[in-house]
Write a protein that binds this ligand. Structure first.
Ligand code: 13P
Length: 250
């Protein structure tokens, strides 16, 4: 039985005042009866503060990126060991903004994925097609490439990992995939994994991301292969984020 997860990707937003207030408000509103795991992913400089603020709660902490290297002369980079030391359990890898703006390739993403695994961080591997690729009906091909270039035939690498399907055309646009559209891609992703390991396919959480809000979350989360959401804009306001959390409840 898979748990649902609601994860907040703050992107490059927030400061220490916002972090203190937002984490307090989320912690106060996230109650034992809520039926999802809850994760926040603030920017690097706010991780230490967020780690302190979530102490004594069951909220998890994640980062938005990491270096493929463990240490050394890589100015400006942050390693997996630094993230676990700061209190992270998760790290987002291969977000479409990093693929498009920072020119991260599938090969770089593969290295980052294993840097996380090797250091006991749970990677949240993001996959998804652009609007152009969708219009050319390349969605499945692109997603299979993104997934296979990281895991190869080694489904075991997904034993402690999460996948996020984030159609690029739905991110920050207000356009969401319909629950049925998203379900069909999630089912496709689980199918790729099941062709290597049925057990891992059955257990892995596959999150949906792209303009999720309190209004559309319930429909998405009611789909059999959608195990929660990776939330951008709506994760920056406690009431919006908590309305998505509440949408996981029966
Ligand atoms: P929005 O929820 O703002 O569309 O962002 C989704 C996202 O990119 C989460 O990683």
């Amino acid at each position: 039985m898979r748990n649902l997860m609601v994860a907040g990707n703050w992107k490059m937003n927030g400061d220490s005042t916002m972090t203190s207030e937002l984490v307090d408000e989320i912690a106060a509103g996230y109650v034992g009866s809520d039926s999802c795991e809850l994760l926040i992913c603030p920017p690097f400089p706010l991780l230490g503060l967020a780690a302190n603020k979530i102490q004594g709660t069951s909220i998890f902490l994640g980062a938005q990126n990491l270096s493929e290297y463990n240490s050394g002369a890589y100015t400006g980079e942050v390693s997996a060991l630094m993230l676990t030391d700061a209190g992270c359990q998760y790290v987002i890898i291969g977000h479409s903004e990093r693929r498009a703006i920072m020119r991260e390739t599938n090969e770089m993403i593969r290295k980052k994925f294993y840097a996380a695994i090797d250091n006991n961080l749970i990677p949240i591997l993001c996959v998804g097609e652009t609007l152009e690729q969708k219009e050319q009906q390349l969605t499945m091909e692109i997603i299979e490439q993104q997934l296979k270039s990281v895991i190869g035939d080694n489904a075991a690498s997904l034993t402690n990992a999460v996948i996020a399907y984030e159609p690029v055309w739905a991110i920050g646009t207000g356009l969401t995939a319909t629950p049925e559209e998203a379900q069909s891609i999630h089912h496709f992703i689980r199918g790729i994994i099941s062709s290597i390991s049925q057990e891992i396919a059955d257990n892995i959480q596959i999150l949906y991301g792209g303009s999720v809000n309190g209004g559309n979350a319930k429909g998405l989360f009611s789909m059999p292969d959608i195990d929660g959401g990776l939330i951008g804009g709506a994760s920056l306001t406690a009431s919006d984020f908590l309305s998505i959390v509440k949408a996981t409840n029966k």
